[in-house]
Design a protein around this ligand. Structure first.
Ligand code: FES
Length: 115
């Protein structure tokens, strides 16, 4: 799986997330308690960016109806969403805020609407 350099660790707010594009896929790169995660930036309940929600306890919360998704698995932890959101492997290269964040290529790992 190709890994794509998307940002520096310091670009991601602590206990927050950043929307990045990998090909035509929006991905929320989130930072929680020192770890970096990547999840498709689309709630599985409606077409809403998860990156606009809050990050806490290794989960990202959809701002619209409040479903929280586990950043490690994409599994919804609360209703109304019931379908997991795809998550992607992350590699951090380097140390500190200037370390680079590499995310598995979401453009090839998530089926498109026509797949
Ligand atoms: S749109 Fe995300 S929980 Fe409804």
């Amino acid at each position: 799986m190709p890994m794509i350099d998307v940002c520096a660790v310091g670009d991601i707010p602590d206990n927050g997330s950043l929307r990045v594009m990998i090909g035509d896929r929006a991905v929320a790169v989130a930072r929680c308690d020192g770890e970096v995660y990547a999840i498709l930036d689309v709630c599985s309940h409606a077409d809403v960016p998860l990156s606009e929600g809050e990050v806490a306890d290794c989960a990202i919360e959809c701002w619209l109806h409040g479903s929280a998704f586990d950043l490690r698995t994409g599994v919804p932890l609360s209703l109304p969403a019931t379908v997991p959101v795809p998550v992607f492997a992350v590699e951090v290269q380097g140390e500190g805020d200037s370390a680079r964040v590499l995310v598995a290529d979401a453009s090839v790992s998530v089926p498109g609407p026509s797949a």
